[in-house]
Design a protein around this ligand. Structure first.
Ligand code: NAD
Length: 335
């Protein structure tokens, strides 16, 4: 479904930023150790983030049961000897710990509650961790349904981007029953360097929504400042260096700079392919908007950022990384 709706961040044939193109031979070798001693973990949604996250579980010796609606996403895992399931229900039949990493609330609902969803076959006592960024109210609803089946649901959205997913340095924001946190941590520690308990189910999503609203705003700010400097005749690399030793420094300027050629290994230096799709950022800002309405919170810049990324989606940037806001601004000239 996600593919047809255009949520896929990285089509096949992209550069190494999308983990899908990495060679699998060495991966299989790394994963052979201690596999027998660990029970299988289900993983559903092997896109830009899910792919490297699943690989980190493999590196820690967990055998995987995988599913993605886009069959090619599972191909390299199958070649590395992992089991590919025929549906989320099939994953639930074979594994009692499952991680989902899907684009939107709608996709999570389908994977959990759909005709062939996890809930059709979930075993009592299973631990289900949703790392997708979705509406906190949807997480709460899913948790209720899961609880009725005698299993446990936790929301655990992530921050850090594809680079952190690959290096195992994600930050997980976890919501759910505190007694289950240790069990979730065992798996999440394989993929992240920070695993933070946030409170009741849905609170991980709330934290993630705040973070991404700030990121969306700071990326636009970085892109505007870089564009202004370049049009004033400054060298982009020099300007980035100055910002990064000054008070304007932020993650968007020093780790994920939006200007092509300023940094290696980021989407801006590869025509904004891979990374975090503009559609996904627009989705997260929509979640921030809903939360702001329900909590009566003013989010002036968050709302403006939402409109910017929505306009970008309508103007051909939907599948590009969200840092392409720099390119979008470059195409605009004002009086
Ligand atoms: P993606 O589009 O690259 O991957 C999503 C995967 O889910 C795809 O392979 C797709 O085929 C699969 N999928 C969709 N619907 C499905 C279904 N019904 N059943 C099975 N598989 C299905 O997205 P991504 O960039 O990996 O992001 C995933 C989630 O992580 C999103 O919620 C996003 O907001 C969040 N996130 C992304 C980043 C990032 O940098 N990309 C960073 C932090 C958080």
């Amino acid at each position: 479904m996600a593919a047809s709706l255009g949520f896929r961040g990285a089509a096949s044939g992209l550069w190494y930023w999308s983990g899908r193109r990495r060679p699998v031979a060495s991966l299989a070798a790394v994963c052979s150790r201690s596999m027998a001693s660990k029970t299988p973990v289900g993983f559903i949604g092997l896109g830009n983030m899910g792919n490297p996250m699943a690989k980190n579980l493999m590196k820690h010796g967990y055998p995987l049961i995988l599913y993605d609606v886009f069959p090619d996403a599972c191909k390299e895992f199958k070649e590395a000897g992992e089991q590919v399931a025929s549906s989320p229900a099939d994953v639930a039949e074979k594994a009692d710990r499952i991680i989902t990493m899907l684009p939107t609330s709608m996709n999570s609902v389908e994977v959990y509650s759909g005709a062939n969803g996890i809930l059709k076959k979930v075993k009592k006592g299973s631990l289900l961790i949703d790392s997708s960024t979705i509406d906190p109210s949807v997480s709460k609803e899913l948790a209720k349904e899961v609880e009725k089946m005698g299993a446990v649901f936790m929301d655990a959205p992530v921050s850090g981007g594809v680079g952190a997913a690959r290096s195992g340095n994600l930050t997980f924001m976890v919501g759910g029953v505190e007694d289950e946190f240790a069990a979730a941590q065992e798996l999440l520690r394989c993929m992240g360097s920070h695993v933070v308990y946030c409170g009741a189910v849905g609170s991980g999503q709330s934290a993630k929504i705040c973070n991404n609203m700030l990121l969306a705003i700071s990326m636009i700010g970085t892109a505007e400042a870089m564009n202004l400097g370049i049009r004033s005749g400054l060298d982009p690399k020099l300007l980035a260096k100055i910002l990064n030793m000054s008070s304007g420094r932020c993650w968007s300027s020093d780790t994920y700079n939006p200007v092509p050629g300023v940094m290696d290994g980021v989407p801006s230096s590869n025509n904004y392919q891979g990374g975090f799709g503009t559609t996904l950022m627009a989705k997260d800002l929509g979640l921030a908007q809903d939360t702001a309405t329900s909590t009566k919170s003013p989010i002036l810049l968050g709302s403006l950022a939402h409109q910017v990324y929505r306009m970008m989606c309508a103007k051909g940037y939907a599948k590009k990384d969200f840092s392409s806001v720099f390119q979008y601004l470059r195409e605009e000239e004002t009086f």
